[in-house]
Ligand binder design. Sequence first.
Ligand SMILES: NC(=O)c1ccc[n+]([C@@H]2O[C@H](COP(=O)([O-])OP(=O)(O)OC[C@H]3O[C@@H](n4cnc5c(N)ncnc54)[C@H](O)[C@@H]3O)[C@@H](O)[C@H]2O)c1
Ligand SMILES: [Zn+2]
Length: 362
Amino acid sequence: METLNVDLADRSYPIYIGSGVIGQTELFLPHLVQPKIAVVTNEVVAPILLSNFVKGLRGEGIQVTEIVLPDGEQHKNWQTLNRVFDLLIKGNCERSTTLVALGGGVIGDMTGFAAACYQRGTPFFQVPTTLLSQVDSSVGGKTAINHPSGKNMIGAFYQPKLVLADPDTLESLSERELRSGVAEVIKYGLIRDLPMLEWLERHLDDLLRRDRDALEKAVFHSCRNKAEIVSSDEREQGMRALLNFGHTFGHAIEAGMGYGNWSHGEAVAAGSMMAIELSHMLGWLDKCDVERAEALFSRAGLPTFGPALGVHRYLELMQHDKKVQNGVLRLVLLEKLGSAVVSDRASLAEIERAINARVRCG
Ligand SMILES: NC(=O)c1ccc[n+]([C@@H]2O[C@H](COP(=O)([O-])OP(=O)(O)OC[C@H]3O[C@@H](n4cnc5c(N)ncnc54)[C@H](O)[C@@H]3O)[C@@H](O)[C@H]2O)c1
Ligand SMILES: [Zn+2]
């Protein structure tokens, strides 16, 4: 087992990474305020992981309320959140009851937001069960639900007390969701960790066949990067924005195609290639760099072109993005492979060209 720490003074918390950590109740118990938890999960994850997970805890005398939500990004909304509140109240959950997110990023984001709001804030744990949530969304305390016109538009910064990332849980994950998570792993390499990019170029196939060591390494180094960034810029006043690389374009794809049709990682992959294309147009990346990034996304089975929404629709959706400040679109671009910057250097015409260059019709 590997342990990382997100360093945020009195709100610091550990990330435990390793095979079997999900069943190690001793990691859990010291962080409980009262012997009562509410596990939030969904209809897909529940039959696979819920009963084993709660059995161990009930065995330790913990009272457990189970909240099983419908599956999918299209349910990351007010209605589902309200259902969580209804069931927390019905289960007599209190302010010191710990909410546990058992699932992917959708469950993690919604549970975190529910924890931020319920009785003005209850403790919560992240038990991520997709590669994407293990390498990204479970760490850092961004919680949210979607609005029909924009991803994650309603939410809060609210840190978990604990993250348990167990690569064993990824065994049941679909091929498509595994690949989706790889998009965020590639992102860390592109924005700030060239050695990780090189490691991925050598070990991508191991990762895709779910070799346990490769998975653990990918989760560990992703969380290490994320923990470093979050520890130094929790509220995204500076370097944390770099994590949004590919996301302004990607969120436009997700919203434009209807939530759930493109997975988050697929949208991020195509969005990253748009940002890379733009970085190339500005003269920061050369053709070889573009090809190198494209080869990695392609080998991971991820799209390197976005859907033909029309450039105006892209721009309209991108204007709703939280990265817009005083009406100016600030994009995360690469000054070289392994080093990202936030920039408003690209003109609208260049942004349009980059989108058009990375859109595939049909
Ligand atoms: N908070 C953040 O910092 C942050 C960062 C990145 C992404 N996100 C958010 O995360 C979400 C995407 O997360 P995701 O890719 O995990 O999607 P997801 O939560 O929808 O999970 C993908 C699919 O895998 C299923 N699943 C989960 N665990 C499984 C398992 N162990 N076995 C089999 N199936 C399993 C889910 O039910 C779902 O159908 C998006 O809403 C995105 O906005 C948040
Ligand atoms: Zn993401």
